[in-house]
Design a protein around this ligand. Structure first.
Ligand code: PLP
Length: 381
């Protein structure tokens, strides 16, 4: 199947009892047994639930994996991956990451003896240099949140394989419509399915996808034993979202490029971060590994004034000022005070997450309305 077909039909079947075209919401915690241990494949919904199974099968299909796992949030999925490791193991991660991922690494897992090294993944050589005999995992986020940095997935997974290190890609910003990391050598793909996979800002969920049976068995054990599973109602909503992923992404990409070009040419804008622009540091790598460039971008104002930035954000009419991203509606976010406030100020500023940095999740409205909204608030500063 090609991708547009796969998001709708990949690993799906009509409900066998009634022929229902959409999987029902099996809102049940448990399943009757005819004799102890004798059942129809389902025992207890933490282990498996038919609505979640349908979604997990769809997750596997869209990332070209063999197994998918649905969690109660993106961070619960990340937590599951880290539990594969043991004390004294080392992890190399990108230096620009979603703030909550950084917080989990440094505030939750360091105290259990895991050691994290953060490197600039713009250049794969930086990853190679950071490897030690204890390195067990390489964590990539590409494009990154919020600076849209792009890492060369094939180059870094090649280095990981040479050293027998597991590689993970947080594919939340790109989605499998734009890039499929398992095909580029990654062992695990992770998503905040809260974002583009769900697509409608109505569910918080995480996903993991793999194509190795042993890794799938280990992750399923942690999912079951740790308990951070997605519920049936949320699984139904996310499955409905996945079916329109391809068509939504087409419009996100078209609008994302139009907004990025508008901002890049605006006299009050200092810099735009969007992998589709020639000015992007790794535009060539983005062109090589991505089908298009998505709906996420960030920009910084000339003068870097927090006051001007707040004026701009408070007066937007079509864009909503809110955390999160990847839904059909356009959102604006101020990373320094919102999504990335958990990163210490000096760290943030060293990376470029300054007071005037604004992150946009460009939705699927008419691009003329989005540009007019930005044009009118830029007149106020
Ligand atoms: C790139 C990325 N990874 C992971 C997460 C965490 O996902 P969740 O909020 O679903 O726990 C987010 C949330 O914004 C994100 O943007």
């Amino acid at each position: 199947m090609k991708f547009n077909t796969k998001v709708i039909h990949g690993n799906q079947q009509h409900e066998p009892a009634t022929g229902a075209v959409m999987v029902p919401i099996y809102q049940t915690s448990t399943f009757a047994q005819s004799s102890p241990g004798k059942h129809k494949g389902y025992e207890y919904s933490r282990a498996a639930n038919p609505t979640r199974t349908a979604l997990e099968n769809a997750f596997a299909a869209i990332e070209n994996g063999t197994h998918g796992f649905a969690f109660s949030s993106g961070l619960a999925a990340t937590d599951c991956v880290l539990r594969l490791l043991n004390p004294n193991d080392e992890i190399i991660a990108g230096d620009d990451l979603y703030g909550g991922t950084y917080r989990m690494f440094t505030k939750l897992f360091e105290k259990y003896g895991l050691k994290f090294t953060f490197v600039d993944m713009d250049n794969p050589e930086n990853v190679k240099k950071a490897i030690t005999k204890n390195t067990k995992l390489i964590w990539m986020e590409t494009p990154t949140n919020p600076l849209l940095k792009v890492a060369d997935i094939s180059a870094i997974t090649k280095i990981a394989k040479e050293h027998n290190i597991l590689s993970v890609v947080d594919n939340t910003f790109a989605t499998p419509y734009l890039q499929q990391p398992l095909d580029l050598g990654a062992d695990i793909v992770m998503h905040s399915a809260t974002k583009y996979l769900g697509g409608h800002s109505d569910v918080v969920m995480g996903a993991l996808m793999v194509k190795d049976a042993k890794l799938a068995e280990d992750l399923h054990f942690i999912q079951f034993a740790g308990g951070g599973i997605a519920g049936p109602m949320d699984s139904f909503l996310a499955l409905r979202g996945v079916k329109t992923l391809a068509i939504r992404m087409q419009r996100h990409c078209e609008n994302g490029m139009a907004v990025a070009e508008f901002l890049e040419n605006h006299p009050k804008v200092e810099q735009v971060y969007y992998p589709g622009l020639k000015s992007h540091a790794n535009h060539d790598i983005a062109k090589k590994q991505m089908r298009d460039f998505g709906g996420m971008l960030s920009f910084r104002l000339k003068g870097d004034s927090k006051k001007d930035t707040f004026t701009l954000l408070e007066n937007l009419k079509v864009f909503t000022l809110a955390e999160s991203l990847g839904g059909v509606e356009s959102l604006a976010n101020h990373p320094a005070t919102m999504t990335h406030a958990s990163i210490p100020k000096e760290e943030r500023e060293k990376l470029g997450i300054t007071d005037s940095l604004i992150r946009l999740s460009v939705g699927i409205e008419d691009k003329e309305d989005l540009i007019a909204d930005l044009e009118s608030v830029l007149k106020l500063v």
